[in-house]
Design a protein around this ligand. Structure first.
Ligand code: KIV
Length: 274
């Protein structure tokens, strides 16, 4: 018989729980979602929160980088996710350049994402847009920072590379993390940094760090759902743990369906109207 696993609530409820979880030494689990059906599944699980990541541009729309994401695209995905997961904490990504064109344009983007159902926004980097981050937070919108491998800067990095390996780069990341905390961010994503750097940034901050390729010493983890499910195997970074071989399972289902159709086993009388 088909059994949907029980939810071991309580899980994270609101933005204040991020700090509480860190203070209590409880890890935070986050996954991405971009559409209603997967958001519904995540909402029925024990995962704490959903990130509507701009990785949607790659995973859902087939682009090579996240640079193609727009505010309209992110608002559309956020609406689908938030509508299907009304009791789950949803963070929406501010897309490429949306926070680099001054406060007014940034606030238009924030408005679009929040009115689509997000409870917080995430944006990459800190240098040069400190005033924008302060303004968003001052307007009552929680902001999650994101440093390390910030994919919107992939063209400046010369590819998707681990960041913070040199002493200078590590010191810079630590400074950025402190800057984001001082500006009032509620949490920071650390992407693709050496595990010891992830742990030391985490130990210096009072706000929780959420790692992706940042080792086990962060306060939580985030993974792209399609990576975790093994349904998007075009590029699998080293930090991904695949919990099921979704590609194999789904292809097998498609092939069984195709065979049933060809051999007239589908539909059966029970699957037909009299
Ligand atoms: O867009 C995204 O999916 C992200 C990650 C942190 C996974 O920003």
């Amino acid at each position: 018989m088909r059994q949907v696993p029980e939810i071991a609530r309580p899980r994270l409820d609101d933005v204040l729980d991020f700090a509480r979880y860190k203070a209590e030494g409880r890890k935070i689990s986050i996954v991405t979602a971009y559409d209603a059906w997967s958001a519904r599944l995540v909402a029925r699980s024990n995962v704490d929160a959903i990130l509507v990541g701009d990785s949607a541009a790659m995973v859902m729309h087939g682009h090579d980088t996240t640079v193609a994401a727009t505010v309209e695209l992110m608002a559309m995905h956020t609406r689908a996710v938030a509508g299907a997961a009304p009791d789950t904490f949803v963070i929406a990504d501010m897309p490429f350049l949306s926070f680099r064109k001054g406060i007014a344009e940034a606030m238009t983007a924030v408005g679009a994402l929040m009115s689509s159902g997000a409870q917080a926004v995430k944006l990459e980097g800190v240098d040069g847009h400190e005033d924008v981050i302060s303004h968003i937070i001052g307007s009552g919108v929680p902001v999650m920072g994101h440093i390390g491998l910030t994919p919107q800067s992939v063209n400046a990095f010369g590819g998707f590379r681990v960041q913070g390996r040199s002493d200078t780069a590590a010191v810079r990341l630590l400074r950025e993390a402190h800057a984001l905390e001082s500006l009032g961010c509620f949490s920071i994503v650390l992407e693709c940094v050496p595990a010891d750097l992830g742990a030391s940034i985490t130990s210096e901050l009072t706000i929780p760090t959420i790692g992706i390729g940042a080792g086990a010493g962060t306060d939580g983890q985030v993974l792209v759902l399609q990576d975790l499910w093994g349904v998007d195997t075009t590029h699998t970074p080293r930090f991904v743990r695949r919990y099921i071989d979704g590609e194999c399972l789904l292809t097998d289902a498609l092939n069984r369906y195709a065979a049933d159709v060809k051999e007239a086993r589908f539909p059966s009388p029970e699957e037909s109207y009299s």
